[in-house]
Design a protein around this ligand. Structure first.
Ligand code: MG
Length: 161
């Protein structure tokens, strides 16, 4: 069976007055949330780009332009499910996801399993096939100062046909 991998990266600025949503999970204890045309879920956006990269099908901006009013406030996990359907139509099945979120605060590890379930559900994977890791930037640079949150992802796909 032929396999492909793709990488994804995203970052969003932290602002007052928005909920923090990562991997489809609302982080209730966060004081600020991620700015963006959609819900700002940088983790899910990085995964979408990794999937599209593995399939050779472009990037998130081509499929969900931030100039399109249909995606204002969009639930990014719903967009992820839509991308999964698109990959399936092109003969791909998601095999595994791995991601790292780079965030100074709050501590995200208590939400890890809930993110794995939500992300896995969107792409038809068991949570065991979805790995989510957390790192800080050790106080360095914009992410280290808490100005935003970044995420990296690697997706592996299998050819179905
Ligand atoms: Mg984004």
């Amino acid at each position: 069976m032929s396999e492909r991998s793709g990488i994804g990266y995203d970052s969003h600025r932290l602002v007052e007055g928005r909920p923090l949503i990562l991997g489809g999970v609302v982080i209730e204890e966060a004081r600020r949330g991620l700015a963006g045309h959609s819900d700002g879920d940088a983790l899910t956006h990085a995964i979408i780009d990794a999937l599209l990269g593995a399939a050779g099908l472009g990037d998130i901006g081509q499929h969900f332009p931030d100039t399109d009013e249909r995606y204002a406030g969009a639930d990014s996990v719903e967009l992820l499910a839509e991308v999964n359907g698109f990959l399936n139509e092109h003969g791909w099945r998601v095999d595994h996801l791995d991601a790292t979120v780079i965030c100074e605060a709050p501590r995200l590890s208590p939400h890890r399993d809930e993110m794995r379930v939500a992300l896995g559900h969107a792409v038809g994977l068991d949570a065991r096939e979805v790995n989510v890791k957390f790192a800080t930037n050790e106080g360095m640079g914009a992410i280290g100062r808490g100005e935003g949150i970044a995420a990296l992802a690697v997706a592996t796909l299998d050819r179905t046909g």
